[in-house]
Design a protein around this ligand. Structure first.
Ligand SMILES: Nc1nc2c(ncn2[C@@H]2O[C@H](COP(=O)(O)OP(=O)(O)OP(=O)(O)O)[C@@H](O)[C@H]2O)c(=O)[nH]1
Ligand SMILES: [Mg+2]
Length: 432
């Protein structure tokens, strides 16, 4: 079974706390502040690793947590940063993050930070000013980002083979490449995509054989539905069509069924260039095969090249291979991991940036002498400080004043001593 989907929870490390400390020396009765800063929490990154083939490693593990950073210490020692936690995924993995951002990991070594570590708190040394020489406050480190991310593997191939079950796709792949997919005289032999490499004169071409599609595949019937995603990124599709189906079905109908499923799955798929490979030509007389090919040529027009092939005799396969080499642009990189047709956009362009957490806050009156303040910046300020510490509280109050929160409260009737709730913390505010 091919593991091509996974859902994992990632949690970046928390930042270390800043330190509250004063220098102690034998001859200096009142040493200055020397509390160091906390370190930055470990990020969680996802890294593209071409030694991996699928997402199987995520079957047993769903939680990934980076380490928190070290706390600051006296003597101006800063806390060590938390080590980054790297999660390895195969080329072709797409990431959809809880925050709405998406990334494509295509090139080996490519990396994306999916959860940022929390920043460290500042030590008391940083709060020293000419008027406040002995600050008795230090900041807490902030928690790291956390959330669920969805991983989805979409194989990277240059060419995709599509067709009804039993059409002869796997036989074609086996004959043209060194891949050895299972071949049998019944439908649904191929249960998951198989990749094969065609050794061309100048480069390799990666061909994907996907399980047979049936009517309704794009809505989930049969096996093909899930696998259609794997041909989304190919540059070219080869529609494999049985020239003489044993079940007596009409090849014209069969052809239409597959084309309709491709359109229903994704219009971009339907727009990919196509070749038609009439398969199993050894089962009909050569003249009949040629006649059929001409009929298809008339039906489909000049856009679609038609090949008469047989995996049993090798008929037409060299021509087909040559045409594939010609049609897949040479500019394309030889490494399959780079073979992206539809998403030739650097991963960072896929990023949906969240608005910078800023000075935005809201103030709401919740009762008589009671208020609630909400907003990222304000909430972070509170998380940073120990509100039982008078000096820290005074610092928070002066920051709130500078951020305009106090005047916004006053505009709503706030008076010193009223209760204010910020980020679930209720406290009496006495702005100095
Ligand atoms: N005579 C003849 N039989 C062929 C040829 N190609 C495939 N077959 C037979 O057709 C049957 C199906 O072939 P597969 O290659 O497994 O077909 P498939 O399209 O991969 O089928 P699924 O994986 O079930 O979708 C097998 O019995 C093959 O031996 C051919 O060129 N000539
Ligand atoms: Mg097959």
């Amino acid at each position: 079974m091919l593991y091509d989907k996974a859902r994992i929870f990632v949690q970046a490390g928390g930042g270390g706390d800043g330190c509250l400390s004063f220098r102690r020396e034998a001859h200096v009765p009142h040493g200055g502040p020397d509390g160091g800063d906390g370190g930055h929490g470990g990020d969680v990154v996802v890294v593209c690793d071409d030694s991996l083939r699928d997402l199987q490693s995520f079957k047993r593990r769903a939680h990934y947590k980076a380490k928190r950073a070290g706390h600051g210490e006296g003597d101006l020692r800063h806390g060590a940063g938390g080590p980054e936690l790297a999660i390895r995924v195969p080329p072709g993995t797409q990431i959809a993050s809880w925050d709405g951002s998406t990334h494509d990991l295509v090139v080996p070594g490519q990396r994306v930070v999916v959860a940022r570590g929390g920043s460290g708190g500042r030590g008391n040394k940083r709060f020293a000013t000419s008027t406040r020489q002995a600050p008795r406050l230090a900041e807490h480190g902030l928690p790291g980002e956390e959330g669920w991310i969805d991983l989805r593997l979409k194989l990277l191939a240059d060419v995709g083979l599509v067709g009804l079950p039993n059409a002869g796709k796997s036989s074609l792949l086996a004959r043209m490449t060194r891949a050895a997919p299972k071949v049998a005289a019944y439908p649904f032999t191929t249960l998951e995509p198989v990749l094969g490499t065609l050794e061309g004169a100048e480069r390799q071409l990666v061909i994907a054989d996907i399980p047979g599609l049936i009517e309704g595949a794009s809505e989930g019937a049969g096996l093909g539905h899930d696998f259609l995603a794997h041909v989304e990124r190919t540059r070219l599709l080869v529609h494999v069509l049985d020239i003489a189906p044993v079940d007596g079905s009409d090849p014209v109908d069969n052809h239409a069924t597959i084309e309709a499923e491709l359109r229903a799955h994704d219009l971009r798929l339907a727009e990919l260039p196509r070749l038609l490979a009439l398969s199993k030509a050894d089962l009909v007389a050569p003249e009949e095969a040629e006649r059929t090919a001409r009929a298809w040529h008339e039906r489909l027009g000049d856009e679609v090249d038609v090949f008469v092939t047989s995996s049993a005799t090798g008929l037409g396969l060299e021509e087909l291979a040559r045409e594939l080499g010609r049609r897949v642009p040479l500019s394309g990189p030889a490494h399959p991991a780079d073979a992206i047709a539809l998403d030739d956009v650097p991963a960072e362009d896929h990023r949906v940036f969240r608005p910078a957490a800023g000075r935005n806050f809201s103030v709401e009156r919740t009762g008589d002498g009671a208020f609630r303040v909400a907003g990222d910046g304000v909430e972070r300020l509170l998380m940073r400080h120990d509100l039982d510490n008078d000096e820290a509280l005074a610092h928070v109050e002066s920051r709130l004043r500078r951020m305009g929160v106090i005047s916004a409260l006053e505009a709503q009737g706030f008076e010193p001593g009223d209760d204010v709730e910020i980020a679930g913390v209720l406290f009496e505010l006495h702005p100095g």
